[in-house]
Ligand binder design. Structure first.
Ligand code: NAD
Length: 279
């Protein structure tokens, strides 16, 4: 039987509707500032999407589209100004930044209570020890989808392909928080196929088109494809061979229309949370 397709697009719309209703009940409009340095076309698309989401949620948003040659000092000053503004609840630095900039130092300059991407070491630490606070958007979006489809990770074997700070590592922490037995695979993992075949929940986040083939999936497994790659024809695709996997999996996320929209919806939730914290 073909897998159930997990509709991230529809769920994201539902979440944003809930965020809007909660934002309307606040005394003040939540505000998000987005900083974009340079003219990376993909980043431009992401920033436009985030602005649209803010409008949909009834948030105030502000964009700083800066030239590629903007200096570290100029950016630090901008972040400092935004840190101190009372109408701005969240600050988002669109990645990647041009090479001459120190990305880490910029991310660390964002005040933790405005760090809606959850990249600041303070928030990463909070996540690590299981304290309440911002959740990293992509892994949180995955967890929300599981919840929506009634999939409880407790006691299940979860295999995550990828160990980045943005996806793989925080995904592992969130799965662990929900009592899954977690394995993280990466570029040096031996026997990836065998590892994947043991997964009740498989999260693919390597950024390698076609890495996960149908014969790597345990029958009935939940397959979450985080990747956003371009195939030979330039079309957006994930790491998983969708057609083959769909025949074997119990649940599967499409690309596009799966994790991507959920990531954006979680950013809106984090901005709402920041606005609540700021009163
Ligand atoms: P990254 O390049 O930082 O990390 C990729 C990880 O995959 C690394 O840890 C690496 O060890 C592992 N890997 C690479 N090749 C592998 C292989 N052959 N076998 C096993 N592991 C391998 O990337 P990232 O930032 O974590 O993003 C991963 C993918 O997710 C990309 O396609 C990216 O575009 C996508 N992404 C999607 C969203 C979303 O909202 N859907 C958000 C962030 C990233």
């Amino acid at each position: 039987m073909a897998a159930i397709i997990m509709d991230g697009k529809a769920l994201a719309e539902k979440v944003k509707g809930q965020v809007r209703a909660q934002a309307e009940a606040l005394a003040r409009t939540p505000g998000l500032a987005v900083i974009l340095v340079g003219d990376n076309p993909a980043s431009r698309v992401y920033v436009n999407g985030k602005k649209k989401d803010c409008a949909q949620c009834g948030f105030y948003s502000e964009e700083y589209a800066l030239p590629a040659e903007t200096s570290q000092q100029e950016l630090l000053e901008l972040i400092e100004t935004l840190n101190s503004r009372e109408d701005i609840d969240g600050i988002l630095l669109q990645l990647p930044v041009p090479e001459h900039l120190d990305e880490q130092a910029l991310l660390h300059a964002i005040r933790p209570d405005k760090d809606v991407d959850c990249f600041h070491p303070y928030n990463v630490g909070q996540l690590m020890i299981g304290e309440k606070g911002f959740l990293p958007c992509t892994p949180a979006g995955v967890m929300r989808m599981l919840q929506e489809y009634g999939i409880d990770p407790a006691g299940k074997r979860c295999v995550i392909i990828g160990r980045s700070n943005i996806v793989g590592k925080p995904q592992a922490l969130l799965m662990l928080r929900e009592n899954a037995t977690v394995t993280i695979c990466h570029s040096r993992t031996q026997g990836l196929k065998e590892e994947c075949l043991r997964a009740d929940i498989l999260v693919a986040a390597a950024g390698k088109t076609g890495l996960v083939t149908g014969d790597m999936i345990k029958p009935g497994a939940v397959v979450i494809d985080v990747a956003m790659n371009r195939n030979a024809e330039g079309k957006l695709c994930g790491d998983v061979e969708f057609a083959a996997a769909q025949e074997i999996a119990g649940y599967i996320t499409p690309v596009p229309g799966g994790v991507g929209p959920m990531t954006r919806a979680m950013l809106m939730e984090n901005t709402l949370l920041a606005a609540r914290m700021h009163g």
